[in-house]
Design a protein around this ligand. Structure first.
Ligand code: ZN
Length: 86
């Protein structure tokens, strides 16, 4: 089991106005790294990573996590505050 905290910021375009803004990221991430094919599908809401050579590429895992965060809906502070006014 790999538990990590992903924190920092990303630059991404706002989903409303398309202006780039700084998105603060502070996420707990958990991966279950399986040595070989993971067969227990009774599972658990975990990200299972299958490793076939005894090596898990943590950088790749975190990059895909970052891509997931980026693909979520995020709006910049300007759009957020105008949302609140509506
Ligand atoms: Zn915006």
């Amino acid at each position: 089991m790999l538990k990590a905290n992903l924190s920092g910021f990303l630059i991404k375009p706002c989903d409303i106005c398309a202006e780039e803004f700084k998105l603060t990221v502070d996420e707990e991430v958990e991966f279950f790294i399986s040595d070989g094919i993971y067969e227990d599908d009774s599972s658990i809401e975990l990200d299972v990573v299958e490793s076939f050579d005894g090596i898990a590429d943590v950088e790749e895992l975190l990059n895909s996590e970052i891509e997931l965060i980026k693909s979520d809906y995020h709006s910049c502070d300007n759009c957020k505050s105008s949302d609140e006014e509506l």
